[in-house]
Design a protein. Structure first.
Length: 387
């Protein structure tokens, strides 16, 4: 692979690949790199769609994050431990990853700020040499994320790129890169890159605290739990659920703390894949307006885990149920508030991942049921390279 830089052009024929500098028109030598991606990673491998294949691959891509980038993690952790402030920024799914990371960081006592990259510029002035700016992007080519990272760099910030696609513009401008190693993500919807990016930031928190083994062990355990949970049984269960929800045009989701970004991501997967209107909210927001939307039979997803706010979320679920909402619990435990329950593995805060995977699968099956192309939804591009 040679990654083209600005101002370079290539002439290819059967015999030769020649690289030129556009200004001088002189031939240059290729800077060839070897990628560890395999041909079969970019094929469907027996699955009907890339999206389903990439969802199932998370059994392997998630635990893999613990095995790579050790030196880079240490380098970034050292920088942060010098007293640098952390700012994270991204767009779309990647921005929900940064929001989840904010909760993971805070759990370990690490402060961080999060901005949608398209809203970052008014705040770029607060970056300086004591800022570690973490830009998260599957493609590394998202225009708004690049603009935000350039603005932070201009202020003297140390730029970290958390990327999946290799050799991207973001990677090339960063001071340090954490490649997440999820392999090629072909479907327009981000799934395995999202979870690998989030796991990478989860690991970073433990590296900052000097106890990475703890996170690596937990991610290994997560991989094992996914092996036994993310099976044909689950796929069939979610497909049946999708059939029962197919004709609804609005769905709402609530969650608190880590399940809040989980809800945002779950809702985005449903929107992108099936074009059904779905909105995720922090459960605390319900009483402040959202509850007015609930009518008899409105599908309401409740994302929960065995954490410190489990009971608060269940009491919000009871409020939705009292207004006639059809409550679909996505959680490791049963509860009388749930009309339907999709059980996820009980793995502490890492239940975040299987809870989101249910949303990825549901989006996929809703899309199939409604006749969309889940790999290429209308109006969307894999990388948004314009502002
Ligand atoms: O390549 P990036 O991660 O920077 O892309 C950011 C968003 O455009 C992307 O996550 C988008 O929201 C996806 N379609 C989500 O599935």
């Amino acid at each position: 692979m040679h990654f083209l830089n600005d101002g370079e052009a290539v002439v290819m024929n059967k015999k030769k690949v020649a690289l030129f500098d556009l200004k001088s028109e002189r031939e240059k030598s290729l800077d060839i790199q070897t990628l560890d991606w395999k041909m079969e990673d970019a094929e469907k491998g027996g699955f009907p769609h890339f999206l389903l294949k990439e969802i199932v691959e998370q059994k392997n891509t998630l635990p893999k994050t613990g095995q790579i980038n050790k030196q880079e993690f240490q380098k970034i952790a050292a920088k942060i431990n010098e007293g640098c402030k952390i700012i994270m920024s991204a767009c779309g799914t990647a921005s929900y990853c940064t929001l989840a990371a904010k909760y993971f960081f805070s759990d370990l006592g690490i402060e961080s700020e999060v901005y949608g990259a398209y809203e970052f510029l008014p705040f770029a002035r607060f970056c300086n040499e004591k800022t570690v700016f973490i830009a998260v992007s599957q493609s590394g080519e998202t225009a708004d994320t690049l603009i935000a990272a350039r603005a932070a760099k201009k202020q003297g910030a140390y730029i970290v790129a958390v990327v999946n696609a290799r050799g991207s513009t973001l990677e090339r401008m960063a001071d340090c890169t954490l490649p997440v190693g999820a392999g090629p993500e072909i479907a327009v919807l981000s799934t395995k890159a999202f979870t690998a990016q989030t796991a990478t930031l989860y690991l970073l928190a433990y590296y900052i605290k000097g106890v990475p083994e703890k996170a690596i062990t937990k991610l290994d355990h997560l991989g094992k739990m996914l092996e036994t949970w993310l099976t044909q049984n689950l796929l069939t269960r979610v497909r049946e659920l999708a059939k029962s929800l197919m004709d609804h045009e609005d769905m709402y989701l609530i969650g608190k703390y880590l399940n809040y970004p989980g809800c945002l991501e779950f809702a985005l997967k449903i929107k992108e894949s099936s074009y059904i209107h779905s909105e995720g909210f922090a459960s605390g927001e319900l009483k402040h307006g959202v509850i007015a939307l609930i009518q008899k039979g409105t599908p309401c997803f409740v994302l929960a885990m065995n954490d410190e706010v489990r009971n608060e979320v269940l009491s919000s679920a009871a409020e939705l149920k009292a207004r006639g909402g059809k409550i679909i619990g996505v959680a490791p435990f049963e509860s009388h508030e749930f009309d339907i329950h999709v059980k996820t593995p009980d793995i502490g805060k890492l239940t975040f991942f299987p809870n989101v995977i249910v949303g990825q699968l549901l989006g996929y099956y809703l899309g199939i049921g409604r006749g969309t192309d889940p790999d290429k939804p209308r109006n969307l591009a894999k990388s948004v390279t314009v502002k």
